[in-house]
Design a protein around this ligand. Structure first.
Ligand code: SAH
Length: 257
């Protein structure tokens, strides 16, 4: 298992590292190795700046901003990228996939919450990736079911999330195009990968009164073949769909690998 990055990335000399290492490291001890004083605060300050940045982009939901301010994004990216963890940028997470920009994550979760004052009920996330967005969601929902189709990333997310001990977050390995019927109906469904259309299973598994936010390939105002953010509300009378701004997500694929 790779040692988890501390923040900011600073390689300690062997001697200095030995000093702080526990005498007999327990399983996963590298994750919780005491950090030199001040580094924890540095990471909190960087996170706060990131929160201000997404606020400037128009995100107002204070619960979303608080959750973004508390999840340590640097723990979800490779050591070499730790210094970029709190920039508003997407970053590679392996297997050709990316962790979404903090601005996009908070925008989508704000849309998903749709002005809710309390926690969302059960939420389904398609595309766990490194697990970052799942962690943010777990602070804002009663239960989160997150599906990933790539075994390597499903395992990586499990490793990343283990030290956070989030009992309401359930990681699933499988094809998210079919949703996860066992957890349905969902108060909210969010996809981190974009397809040509919203798979019917997602709409079926959404509760009446529930909301789905997903990137879809659109032929709309942003041009053919580009992605836009879709908000779908399910009501007793049917579904209402609204297409918003252009976005760039990895493609939604079927099957597992
Ligand atoms: N929310 C993630 C973003 C990961 S990128 C994060 O915070 O890191 C989107 C992910 O969707 C990729 O890991 C990709 O493998 C996954 N994906 C694409 N199609 C999928 C499908 N049909 N089912 C489940 N996951 C899928």
């Amino acid at each position: 298992m790779k040692p988890r990055p501390s923040f900011p990335a600073r390689l300690e000399s062997g001697a200095a590292a030995k000093k702080t290492a526990p005498a007999s490291p327990a399983l996963g001890a590298s994750r919780v190795m005491p950090q030199p004083q001040g580094l924890g605060m540095d990471s909190a300050a960087h996170r706060q700046r990131m929160v201000q940045l997404v606020q400037k982009q128009g995100v107002r939901d204070t619960a979303v901003l608080a959750a973004m301010g508390s999840v340590e994004r640097h723990r979800f990216v490779d050591t070499a990228l730790v210094n970029q963890a709190y920039e508003d940028t997407s970053l590679p997470i392996g297997l050709g996939q990316t962790i979404s920009k903090p601005g996009v994550v908070s925008r989508m979760i704000e849309l998903l919450r749709n002005g809710a004052t309390g926690k969302l009920g059960r939420v389904l996330e398609i595309g766990t990736g490194c697990g970052y967005q799942a962690a943010v969601l777990s602070l804002l929902a009663q239960e989160v079911y997150s599906i990933e189709r790539l075994r390597g990333l499903h395992d990586k997310a499990r490793d990343n999330l283990r030290p956070m001990r989030l009992p309401n977050l359930h990681l699933l390995f499988g094809d998210g195009m079919v949703g996860y019927a066992k957890g349905a109906p969902y108060a909210a469904i969010i996809a981190a990968a974009g397809g040509e259309a919203v798979p019917p299973a997602w709409v079926e598994q959404l509760a009446i009164g529930g909301r789905l936010v997903a990137p879809v390939v659109s032929s709309g105002p942003h041009g053919a073949g580009t992605q836009a953010l879709l908000v779908l509300d399910k009501t007793a009378d049917g579904v209402r769909q609204t297409l918003l701004e252009a976005v760039h997500f990895v493609p939604l694929k079927s099957g597992v690998a």
